[in-house]
Design a binder for this molecule. Sequence first.
Ligand SMILES: [Zn+2]
Ligand SMILES: [Zn+2]
Length: 419
Amino acid sequence: MSPKKKQVAAIKGTKDILPQEARKWQKVESEAKGLFELYGYREIRTPIFEATELFEKGTGQTSDIVTKEMYTFVDKGGRSLTLRPEYTPSIVRSIIGNRLHLQPQPLRFYFIGPMFRYDKPQKGRYRQFHQIDIEVFGEKDPAIDAEIVEMADFLCDSLHITDKEILVNSVGCRECRPSYHKDLKASAESYRNELCPDCQRKIDTNPLRIFDCKVESCQMIARKFPKIMDFLCPECNEHFRQFCSYLDLYQIKYRIDPLLVRGLDYYTKTAFEIISPELGAQDSILGGGRYDDMMREFGGPDICGIGFAVGMERLLSLVPFEERPDVFVYVVTMGEEARKAGMELARAIRRTGVECLIEYKDRSLRNQMARADKLGATWTLIIGEEEVREKTYQLKKMDSGDQKTHSRDEILEIISESA
Ligand SMILES: [Zn+2]
Ligand SMILES: [Zn+2]
């Protein structure tokens, strides 16, 4: 006899999505997909691993993601590969590689899938986490910025997330941001000793990222920093004014939040976020914005882009979901002939599009009925020797307890109509 094998545990920071919960995932995913398709978005699926340099290039050398959190490994061919820590670089690579930018613009894509970051596992945060992402390429008009925010708002509504707030801001462009950057750096420098060590480092590398710091004292200081809104060039100003006017047109409530900035260089103009007080300190449901300079930075054509990303795990924690049993039939049989008749009927029921289970173990009638009840069957179909002889069957509606005799055809009709 071989020694007992040691059980292998799940990797730290990962989680199995068990059937009950998976139903909720499926519901949210299909809701999101259906909704995006209404706006002309189409799904794009890219590999979960890419060349490491794609993400180094995409996030910039100062990004925490790159420096601390990437799952990077060398494959058998000696190539450095990385499990994607974010989605946008992959989609940009795909557009350039497949020459999708030669198609009529704007290009609208959505994506749903796992992402990987080696950060400290904590409550509600996983090393494999999942994101819903949408991206539009090739549309400069601020009307698309408003359309995307409206779509995000619609998504929350359709998932019955009512306790939410929409925040908007502009992060400027490569014309107007340098002078803001200079002022911000000088201001941050004057508070150096009051900032956390991480933020002190950011003063020299990328002071914009101080706004992302979760330390409360840093957030207090960040509120005293100069506001980018006061530094916008005429073009960025006009873009933001029009964007807000379209949100008004859609009657969308929003708040301008000067602290809403993006730490990466390629972000431009519009930034937005949807937050929910229900989530506590980490209150962001969805974040997005414009990245007009990204494609060019990736060595691609000069096409503007805008999009948003939603963390699935956080989103799911907000979605109310009661497990309502679908219409489902449980077939109870007594004796071998009844079982054969039941198997044949179960097959016919499934072909009408209704879920059907049949008991294969030799259990008592009472035992089988109890099981049908426990599983939440809508109908129970009861077949005994007499039913086989008469070719009529007992159909019991489980919630009312009504039980009647029907022919095969009647049963198929009743069941498929109830679905
Ligand atoms: Zn500007
Ligand atoms: Zn800090």
